[in-house]
Design a binder for this molecule. Structure first.
Ligand code: SF4
Length: 365
């Protein structure tokens, strides 16, 4: 198979843990990062010799990849030496505004052409509540510097339904995000994950209820769309042709290879992952199988994440009568847009996508 592959690289280090975060990361230590990079490069060499597929997207995520500093150059150099990287490759790196420093210059030298900046909010007090290490001024400065050095494909993260939030605070945050003029916005509803600081102090958090959260999500969708951003995936908005090419692979069932502890892969119909174990990866990196990809429920779930929706004839063959009935009801209720055999979710439908998917899976899939 010669279809291009997406490559994900995990940099599992952070300077401190944000209060909501359950991504796999260890506390940053320069020496451990250096040992990790060496193990990672060995793994890149191993896979480069095994997978005979060109690479058209590279995504360096974390953790905090901007802690790599100058090492981003040798990391991307190693990838280019060991894989056939296509000339129009999209290379994204996640950037924490508080540790961007000289990193952006090195990233540009290494060939990075897209940034994903963890802005989250425009309010310093909210950033503190979230446990972020940056300020809104640092976020602004990072975006400005990225443009100065010639990286103008910039995605920013926004979090909604935060503690003490309401429509006014959300409007303030959206205004801030829009003032940065990004090409892409990833916007997430805060979810309280187990084993996070927020989970431990859940009872003391003044979180919006389900109705207020829905109101915030719909307001955000409407405002971003009014400002020229296409809502192309449940949590993602982009300017014309600025969708994340790498993340689209996850949602369209394309293949990707993920390297690093906690990184997941899907190659030739097989899913596998590296355990959440930094020292294990350094000593003896091994993947764990995670089943096969591409069954019909998965196609339905992934397809409905996208505004382009899903062709139900590819899921059911002939669409069963009672599924058609359910679609009709959901369409009349404003949750679905149907042009059978294709359906997609409206903004309201995206809010309750799990229940809609469960309805459509029913007894059939
Ligand atoms: S910087 Fe990112 S990965 Fe690290 S703790 Fe914060 S949210 Fe999690």
């Amino acid at each position: 198979m010669t279809n291009p592959l997406g490559l994900y690289i995990h940099i599992p280090f952070c300077e401190r843990k944000c209060n909501y975060c359950d991504f796999y990361s260890a506390f940053y230590n320069k020496d451990t990062l250096s040992v990790y990079l060496s193990a990672l490069k060995d793994e890149i060499k191993k896979w480069g010799g095994t997978v005979n597929r060109p690479i058209d997207t590279i995504y360096i995520g974390g953790g905090t990849p901007s802690l790599l500093g100058e090492d981003i150059i040798s990391l991307l150099g190693c990838i280019k030496q060991n894989f056939k990287v296509l000339s129009d490759v999209e290379i994204t790196v996640e950037v924490n505004p508080s540790s961007s420093g000289e990193f952006l210059r090195f990233a540009k030298m290494a060939g990075v052409n897209r940034l994903s900046i963890g802005v989250q909010s425009g309010c310093d007090n909210t950033l503190k509540i979230l446990g972020r290490t940056h300020t809104s001024a640092e976020a602004e400065a990072t975006v400005k510097k990225a443009r100065e050095i010639g990286i103008d494909n910039i995605s920013v993260d926004l979090m909604i339904a935060l503690p003490d939030s309401n429509l006014q605070t959300l409007k303030r945050d959206i205004d801030f995000i829009l003032s940065l003029n990004p090409t892409h916005i990833s916007a997430y509803i805060l979810k309280i994950e187990q084993n996070t600081v927020f989970a431990k102090k859940y009872d003391t958090l003044n979180l919006p209820d389900d109705d207020d959260t829905a109101e915030q999500y719909l307001y955000m969708c409407e405002t971003l769309e009014k400002n020229g951003y296409t809502h192309y995936e449940i949590s993602n908005f982009s300017c014309l042709n600025k969708e994340s090419r790498h993340n689209m692979k996850y949602w369209t069932g394309d293949d990707y290879l993920g390297l690093g502890p906690a990184a997941h892969s899907c190659v030739d119909g097989k899913r596998f992952y590296y355990p959440r174990d930094l020292q294990g990866f350094i000593k003896n990196p091994q993947t764990t199988p995670d089943g096969n990809s591409g069954d019909k429920s998965e196609k339905l779930m992934l397809g409905l994440r996208l505004s382009s929706g899903v062709d139900l004839s590819q899921i059911y063959g002939e669409i069963p009568k009672d599924i058609k009935k359910k679609i009709n009801l959901l369409e009349n209720a404003g949750y679905i847009k149907a042009d059978l055999p294709r359906i997609s979710l409206t903004d309201s439908g995206m809010l309750i996508s799990n229940s809609i998917i469960a309805e459509l899976i029913g007894d059939y899939l």
